[in-house]
Ligand binder design. Structure first.
Ligand code: SF4
Length: 283
């Protein structure tokens, strides 16, 4: 275990780590400072959670390969051997993928980071598009079976971190000039709901708001780390979907993999099953 107070000087924040701290400071400590991995089952049934994680990984890999130039015909064999869910998502992507992909410069799985309050904040973009008119569109593939309400997505730290990082660090993609925040938008695209992407426009005002609020959040984490003070979340609802619940002695039953019609706050926790967050934890 790490008993040194303070954050490691090389620590990099991400939307996942900031979201974890915001949800539960103890979860942040266990996951990112103690690096304690998967001591308990995150949700039940276990096999279904693992299957969904694998499917999400497979879908992201397929789309990435397609975006870097492999043809649908070349990938057809891989898809044919996949599970019905993967086949359905793939055909949904081919038939309904965002039209902006057709006439834009597309960067797949691009990583950018920007400094903030002494640390770097990193974002890994599933797909980042530079459109002919100079606008930038961030697309995040979401393979959850349940689509959260727009308000829940709007509150996600990912919705703030990704556009902020692009505005702060994207000059390398814009002929050396900082990207105007008003030229940035972000879209969550669900193969299960191809006609219902959730798009969020960015602006100079939101950029300033996010720089301030993300900076304040980082200061809170720094202060907590300096004092080794990471309390357990008071409301134990997030514990239902947390791998540390037995370690924390939170005697709550594991949440189901999918909870249709969940309230917004619980939906945020269901999102923990998204591939991008699982990938960050596992690898
Ligand atoms: S089980 Fe609950 S208290 Fe413990 S780390 Fe997870 S969310 Fe926090």
């Amino acid at each position: 275990m790490n008993h040194q107070p303070g954050l490691p000087p090389t620590f990099q924040f991400s939307q996942s780590s900031l979201q974890d701290y915001d949800t539960c400071p103890r979860r942040f400590q266990l996951r990112y400072l103690e690096q304690m991995r998967w001591p308990a089952i995150e949700s039940e049934p276990v096999e279904e959670a693992e299957r969904l994680a694998r499917l999400g990984s497979d879908f992201h890999r397929l789309v990435q390969q397609h975006l870097v130039g492999l043809s649908a015909e070349t990938l057809a064999d891989t898809v044919a051997h996949g599970e019905p869910d993967l086949q359905r998502w793939w055909h949904s992507y081919l038939a309904h993928r965002p039209a902006e992909l057709d006439d834009a410069d597309v960067y797949s799985e691009l990583v950018l980071s920007a400094p903030l309050h002494g640390f770097r904040v990193q974002a890994r973009f599933d797909a980042l598009l530079r459109r002919p008119d100079g606008a930038f569109l961030i697309i995040d593939w979401k393979t959850a079976h349940h689509k959260p309400p727009r308000e829940a997505l709007e509150r996600r730290l990912q919705t703030r971190v990704y556009p902020w990082v692009l505005a702060a660090a994207g000059a390398v993609l814009n002929h050396g000039q900082p990207i105007n925040p008003a030229a940035i938008s972000m879209s969550y695209w669900y193969p299960e709901f191809p006609g219902e992407p959730e798009e969020f426009a960015y602006s100079q005002k939101l950029f300033e708001r996010d720089e301030r609020s993300l900076g304040e959040l980082i200061e809170r984490v720094k202060d907590a780390a300096a004092r080794s003070d990471f309390p357990l979340v008071e409301d134990d609802r997030p514990c239902r979907y947390c791998v540390y619940r037995s370690f924390c002695a939170r005697e709550v039953a594991a949440g189901p993999v999918i909870e249709p019609g969940e309230a917004a706050e619980s939906s945020l926790d269901v999102l923990a099953l998204d591939w991008d967050q699982i990938a960050e934890i596992q690898f």
